[in-house]
Design a protein around this ligand. Structure first.
Ligand code: ADP
Ligand code: ZN
Ligand code: ZN
Length: 750
């Protein structure tokens, strides 16, 4: 007997192999099975997507056979496949491309034998470990069959209190009750997504921990996914989750998933999540595709953060996919399970009733899309306006730099305030969104500037190793001794990055002469992508700030986000003005949330009064600062949404970008022009607006010219319909010199 199956492999959408490929198989393979298949001269990992219709006799002869099946791995479940399928359709990519990119890289290279060997090794290692430790928590977890009646999902009186180190605040108790109270069956629809709108320091993490505890104790199969925007936020979070849950579910119940891990670690985490051994997965945006058969809760912390939007491949929004995934998971659960009422009627415990999957988005400054969804009643809003222990939010100090002496970098009042912090033994945090020493080197005698030879951008001067580095293509050169154009030796840095800011601030303060209350010398340090490149250096530097070894921390926005530093009472934003009048309509939203986040790093310890957020600006009267001063996010959102309605911008319209990369700018533009012409005959064309193509802000990167074009519609469905039809027309459009093109659906930067 022979069977025919459809298999997806990692082929990009424009290869023309977008759809599943049919293979011959000796056994009937379930959808979701991992297989090795031949493609051309290569052998690839593929995923069985379903049964295929038998090809006709001629085609049968040409149809290749599956090489092997990775039996050791259970098939990827229906919800996982549905999420991948949705992402591929919505973001205009091939299913195989999205599906295979969602698997750990090492898995893609392994065959069944290698995998089996690996799994055996791991099992052995584990058994040894358990024998040594006499194994406590591990044993219970191995039982994947039924579950103990004791863990029934009723309202157990705070069963997790043994591991909850603090008592929940009143507002924490209240939001958790509201979250789980959101109506379930009989309406038998998925619970609404929730927005945890909590001030910085209101204890959102504690809410995530408690919600996780509640979901996990309801069923032995339950799993929880917690996402954070950046890798550098994972260590602290991982520590808190491990501390809370390892005593209950064992040390391997919590796994991480992010791009900073080795391929081997990633495979290990992925397998743990897939088998259900890991109960909690903590990760960055890639984790939204983790295979988690028992998923019952997804938390998206700092949901407004732009890092959730992938900047390559399918360019998906992990936040939006999280919401969708929870919905699909819930629908699946509610479909297969009897409603809790009927289960109770039959006198059974409802422990075996499949639970829906809830999703909680957390932020002090939600994205306007999410906020708008709450206003419309599509999302449930949970408010936590108060800080834990009633700590005050930082008071905003706007410094009018128009009044400062020319060439003054720091307002005298700001220097005095930082000085005061040092003598009190408190910490200050100064951030500037540009790393390196200076954004450009320039010659004083001619027009020479440190242009990158491959990009339309400057190479940034890094003083510490005297290099010029392009932040776009990575080109690194030594600083020339003299101007390459005219020989003048007087070439000087223009502008300022974090490296220079640190130097100048140290100078302005006279840091060498400053002492802490205990008589030890004051310390200034810097933290950005440059200082944290080496493995482990990030953790080390964070630990130094936490332990109080650092009095002043200078850095990029990396330091402004999420960290719970206890002794910071002053935060200063150095020159945020460029975002106030940007051509990007999302710039004010981003600036507001960044400043609010940054301010949130100050005054987290209620015992240290007088927390301040300083902003040095040339536009002190800008309305954004007024809203910031009042800590009034709702007011800011109202004003921004009013502007966006007026202008017909998202969330009141839907957008996609089409980007072209080519050998020349003309070729890139020619493709977009051809695309525009081809659009006229495409379905739903009358419901979309196509804007003229423009060179991208950084027009050339690594010798590739780039251009883009905006497509907009009042209707998401119409835009989707148009894009998918347009896509196939464009695939046939050939332009000389074109390298590649891609669509970006719901782009964040335009
Ligand atoms: P957010 O994420 O909302 O900014 P965190 O979750 O980091 O806030 O909490 C801020 C601080 O308050 C943390 O140090 C946390 O341990 C503490 N905290 C949270 N909840 C409580 C509570 N119920 N009782 C005491 N301290 C709490
Ligand atoms: Zn010169
Ligand atoms: Zn470059």
């Amino acid at each position: 007997v022979e069977f025919w199956v459809d298999v997806v492999v990692a082929t990009p959408v424009h290869s023309g192999l977008g759809q599943a490929l049919t293979y011959r198989s000796e056994q009937l393979l379930a959808a979701g099975c991992l297989v090795r298949v031949p493609l051309g001269q290569r052998e690839l990992l593929g995923i069985v997507w379903g049964e295929a219709a038998a090809p006709d006799a001629a085609a049968q002869l040409k149809t290749k056979a599956i090489i092997s099946c990775l039996d050791g791995i259970a098939p990827l479940d229906a919800v996982w496949r549905a999420v991948v399928e949705f992402a591929a359709r919505y973001y205009q990519r091939a299913i195989g491309e999205v599906a295979l990119a969602a698997l750990p890289p090492q898995l893609r290279e392994m065959d069944g034998v290698q995998l089996a060997r690996r799994q055996k090794l791991q099992a052995l290692r584990k058994a040894k470990l358990q024998a040594k430790t006499g194994d406590g928590p591990g044993a219970g977890r191995q039982a994947t069959g039924g579950e103990g009646g004791a863990t029934a999902s009723g309202a157990l009186p705070d069963a997790q209190s043994a591991t909850n180190t603090v008592a929940a605040s009143a507002q924490q108790v209240s939001v958790i009750a509201q979250f789980f109270g959101e109506s379930l069956p009989p309406s038998s629809s998925a619970p609404k997504p929730a927005l945890l709108f909590g001030a910085t320091g209101s204890g959102k993490t504690e809410v995530y921990l408690r919600c996780t505890a509640r979901v996990l104790e309801q069923s032995a199969q339950a799993q929880v996914l917690v996402m954070v925007p950046e890798i550098n936020l994972t260590p602290q979070l991982e520590a808190r989750f491990t501390q809370r849950f390892a005593p209950l579910y064992g040390a391997d119940a919590v796994v991480a998933m992010h791009s900073g891990m080795t391929p081997a670690q990633r495979l290990k985490s992925w397998l743990a999540a897939h088998t259900g051994q890991a109960r909690i997965v903590l990760g960055t945006r890639m984790a939204v595709f983790a295979s988690m058969p028992g998923l019952q809760l997804i938390v998206v912390d700092e949901e407004h953060d732009p890092s959730y939007k992938s900047q390559d491949g399918a360019r998906h929004s992990a936040r939006d996919l999280a919401v969708l995934r929870a919905k699909l998971q819930s629908e699946q659960a509610l479909q297969v399970a009897p409603s809790p009422d009927t289960a109770k009627d039959r006198g059974g415990t409802n422990a075996t009733v499949a639970q829906p999957c809830r999703v909680m988005l957390g932020s002090a400054t939600p994205s306007l899309e999410t906020w708008h969804a709450c206003e419309q009643g599509r999302y449930q809003r949970l408010d936590m306006p108060q800080r834990v222990g009633d700590g005050a939010l930082a008071a905003l100090r706007i410094v009018d730099m128009r009044l400062a002496p020319k060439k003054a970098l720091f307002a005298a009042t700001l220097l005095a305030a930082i000085h005061e912090r040092i003598t009190r033994g408190e910490q200050s945090l100064i951030f500037l969104n540009r790393r390196g020493y200076a954004p450009v080197l320039a010659c004083g005698a001619c027009e020479w500037k440190s242009n990158c030879p491959h990009c339309s951008a400057y190479c940034v001067f890094h003083k510490i190793d005297r290099t010029l580095r392009c932040h776009h293509c990575g080109t690194t050169d030594r600083v020339p001794r003299a101007c390459p154009e005219c020989g003048n030796i007087d070439i000087a840095p223009v502008g300022r990055g974090t490296e220079k800011l640190e130097e100048q601030l140290a100078q302005a303060l006279g840091i060498d002469t400053l002492l802490r209350p205990d008589g030890s010398p004051a310390v200034i340090a810097r933290m950005d992508a440059d200082t944290t490149r080496l493995k482990g250096s990030l953790e080390q530097q964070l630990a130094k700030v936490h332990s109080g070894d650092v009095d002043i921390l200078v850095g990029t926005q990396m330091i402004a986000k999420g960290h719970d530093f206890r002794r910071i009472t002053l935060v200063a934003a150095f020159n945020p003005d460029s975002a106030l009048y940007s051509s990007d309509f999302r710039a004010p939203e981003r600036l507001f949330s960044l400043l609010m986040q940054a301010a949130g790093r100050a005054g987290r310890d209620a015992a240290l009064a007088g927390a301040q957020m300083w902003v040095q600006t040339m536009h002190p009267d800008h309305p954004l600062f007024a809203a910031l001063k009042a800590h009034d996010y709702p007011g800011f959102a109202r004003q921004q949404l009013a502007e966006r309605t007026q202008a017909g911008l998202p969330p009141f319209s839907y957008q996609a970008l089409i980007r072209a990369e080519a050998r020349s700018q003309e070729a890139a533009q020619a493709f977009l022009l051809a695309a525009t012409e081809a659009a006229a005959g495409v379905a739903a064309f009358e419901h979309v607006t196509l804007y003229p193509s423009v060179p991208m802000a950084i027009q050339r990167v690594a010798n590739v010219e780039r251009a883009q074009m905006l497509v907009e519609s009042q209707s998401r469905a119409a835009l989707q319909k148009f894009l998918s039809h347009w896509q196939s027309v464009l695939r046939a459009t050939k332009v000389q010199g074109l390298i590649r093109w891609a669509m970006d659906v719901d782009p964040l930067t335009i």
